[in-house]
Design a binder for this molecule. Structure first.
Ligand SMILES: C[S@@+](CC[C@H](N)C(=O)[O-])C[C@H]1O[C@@H](n2cnc3c(N)ncnc32)[C@H](O)[C@@H]1O
Length: 288
């Protein structure tokens, strides 16, 4: 079978569905399997494909048809200009989370340039937030926590790939318990978290890729989706220096509620930042 025939088969099998571009995904999967650029696939339509690649391609297309995330097939996802290794069991980094990272990078560059800073990340998953911050901000040290073994394994792989072993450490535990033995109380400049924030009863309404294949542990934020903010905000006061920053990713309808939670706990300079779609996506505040 030649490239164009195989692509046509992929498109037919995938069919039309929201969030899925059958031709583009077929091209991406085939270029991954052939270890070539997408442009090679576009320009070599009549090139014969070895049978074992055809079999693997059809196998991946079958998985994709059932909603298996493309990033789990390709085992990678680009985040803020860096390539992250990803596998099933860990949340796929989202473009929305880049807004949180960008805000922190700008804040540090504008206010704390070259000053040594301690940063804590809670719920690190693939490590995309902790590692991206450390990659772009040479003056920070990051202590990142996750409760999940697969997440920590993947985060460690990414840390090795990005050569950040000297400034990023990963710990297993339940939120701040993960770093409770390090005596970091009152020593942290920035606490950042993209915690699970989907209300439990909204999970069945998510797109199939997310609800069927991404880890529930990374999604489920309890009845209102606010469980983790309610746990993290009061305890963060113990770890932050005076004037330290707390920065969260939030669900599109949680901005006001998380802002109020921060106010109630004595945080100042609270802002809600919107995502590319104009929806509330990040809340930040400073410990007064
Ligand atoms: C929404 S994901 C964010 C992952 C990553 N930081 C990102 O932005 O792509 C939330 C992460 O929190 C972790 N998590 C859930 N409950 C936790 C807990 N009690 N303590 C620490 N981490 C937890 C999950 O395993 C998951 O990796």
């Amino acid at each position: 079978m030649v490239i164009n025939e195989l692509l046509q088969l992929g498109v037919e099998k995938l069919g039309e569905r929201e969030y899925l571009d059958p031709l583009l995904e077929s091209i991406i999967i085939l270029s991954y399997l052939q270890n070539v650029d997408k442009s090679y696939i576009y320009t070599h339509g009549d090139k014969e494909i070895p049978e074992e690649i055809v079999d693997k391609f059809l196998n991946f297309i079958e998985k994709r048809k059932k909603g298996y995330p493309l990033s789990y097939i390709l085992k990678e996802k680009e985040f803020y200009g860096l390539d992250f290794y990803i596998e099933e069991g860990v949340l796929v980094p989202r473009p929305d989370t880049e807004i949180l990272v960008e805000w922190i990078i700008n804040k540090v560059n504008n206010e704390f340039k070259d000053k040594p800073l301690n940063v804590v990340e809670l719920g690190t998953g693939s490590g995309c937030i902790a590692l991206t911050l450390a990659y772009y901000l040479k003056n920070i040290k990051v202590f990142a926590v996750d409760i999940d073994e697969v997440a920590l394994k993947v985060a460690n792989i990414n840390r090795d790939n990005l050569n950040l072993n000297d400034r990023v450490s990963f710990y297993k535990g339940d939120l701040f318990n993960g770093i409770s033995s390090l005596q970091l109380e009152g020593k942290i400049d920035i606490i950042v978290s993209n915690p699970p924030y989907i209300p439990t009863n909204a999970i069945p309404e998510l797109q199939i890729e997310v609800r069927e294949y991404e880890p529930k542990k990374a999604l489920d934020g309890g009845e209102e989706g606010l469980l983790f903010y309610k746990k993290i905000v009061p305890e963060s006061k113990k770890y932050l220096k005076s004037g330290g920053i707390l920065a969260f990713e939030i669900g599109y309808d949680q901005g006001i509620k998380v802002k109020k939670l921060l106010e109630k706990n004595g945080f100042k300079d609270i802002s809600i930042i919107k995502d590319f779609q104009g929806l509330d996506r990040v809340v930040v505040g400073r410990l007064g």
